[in-house]
Design a protein around this ligand. Sequence first.
Ligand code: 5RP
Length: 234
Amino acid sequence: MKTDGGSDAAKRRAGERAAEEIENGFVVGLGTGSTTAHAIRAIGRAIDDGLDIRGIPTSFQARQLALAVGIPLTSLDTVDGIDLAIDGADRVVDAPDATAHGALIKGGGAAHAREKLVDTAADRFVVVADPSKLTDRLERSVPVEVLPDAHTVVADRLAELGGEATLRAAEQKDGPVVTDNGNLVLDCEFGPIDDPDGLATRLSGLPGVVEHGLFVGVADATYVGTDDGVDVRR
Ligand code: 5RP
């Protein structure tokens, strides 16, 4: 699993702390990535000890891990709601006085379409992160999932919005990354993003865009694993 440079011990603390929020009977959104994987493993251990929950995975990767650790799975269209979603992030704005406080960039694992669906459907969405993810201003490229034959047209539209798009390439083989939904990902550099909400609205309005990785006003709290504990940011 991708680790993006943060300490695995910090990720584990964040993930395990979030898993402690789960109560019997919960439907839980299972995010994607190396930090959430710690939460998924902790949920599996709690199930071995008698916890009774159902999980909704946000990706094939999360599904495989959840099955491996014994989490019973369900699907979004067969439940009344999601009690709690736990998910990682590539960047989290940590600037309590800024309007963008709590905004996220996600999609490092190309799972952001399903992640946004599940995370926004949850009654409560907890982000799990290590300190390397915190920033006072979003500057990282924004993943944009696009229909396969729309990638050049969308790249042109992104340029009109001031972004420079690169088709994400697969690491293990020649060719592009293909998402679980059969689409492609453009990673788009905008430089510093001072108005993530406005940019999110513009990206959502582009024909051919399936989903983008800006999550604004979605997270309820961020659990940040530290050297010796967990910091909860709201
Ligand atoms: C996948 C994501 C991940 O949550 C994000 O990339 C963080 O991953 P990690 O916990 O491995 O650093 O958005 O699409």
